[in-house]
Design a protein. Sequence first.
Length: 356
Amino acid sequence: MGTIVSRRRSDGSTAYTAQIRLKRDGKLVHSEAETFDAKGLAREWMRRREAELQVQRARGEVLGRRMTVEQMIEWYVGRERADKPWGRTKKADLARMKAGALAGKRVDQLTRSDFITYTEQRRRTGAGPATASNDLIWFRQVFRAADAVLGCPVPLEALNRAAEYLRQERVIAKPKRRERRLKEGEEGLILKHFETRGRSAKIPMRDIVRFALATSRREEEITRLRWDDLDRKKGIALLRDVKHPTSKEGNHKEFRLLAEAWDIIDSQPRIEGEPRVFPYDSKSVGAAFTRAMPILGIEDLHFHDLRHEATSRFFEAGYDIPQVVHFTLHESWQTLKRYTHLRPEHVPDLTRKKSQ
């Protein structure tokens, strides 16, 4: 049932890997391995694990490695690929969950009650419905990976039933779609504020805000824009690694730039050795915007809302869906619709244009 394989390490020492593989009806149903410095240790581990697996089979339990939540999340984090790095939110959430209330519990022993209690506690400590729901999404991803790769018994059914109950009770929910647009006078306030601070500020926030409104670009996209990716003749620019649910890396796309955006670009100084048009940290851009809002008395406005505003303005200017996509780079109308909040008074009268 098990084998021990030795290999020479780069430092000259020998490593012994004990591997256990279980088959049923000719199909592999379980596999696990551990590496040791001594063959005797590898043999002892294999003997002990084979005995444990025999007991599990006798009890009718699903075979597989038994891991705590902390161990499984740690294993999952180690599988992050360098060519497809995770976002900051996922990394931070997994780190918090690894040290959370379920950290020391064995994954195969988790119940619906465990997930419900955990989620309700998250809500009591300030997490919103969407944030609490995200934890269950990450748990599901970790469990599915461990099930597929390690053959670990995981409580997916218990997790799914707990999530169903929590949704019914409105403990968790999908993120609310933001519909925040600039109110009358807010754009002027923001631009004036950043203009007066422009001389002393390292980041030209006034230009960046104007550029966001002229292009619908996110702050991290603005700060990645390169001089050599601009094509003035065609009136377009190449945006590298466009945000995508599954394949951001290498997802390069061209987008349309209008005259106002080109004017803003032309006003930026060229720095020797710096390939970017706006060579600033995207986090600093977002932080500067966030800090300014309370000073100006503007409530509930995020930098990302400028993307909603810009997208809506494209439609209000008379561009249709296929045209707007060349500005915003959305993959589908369903996604684009989330960023479109037209005001009735700004819907153009196309019939009048045709009759003139």
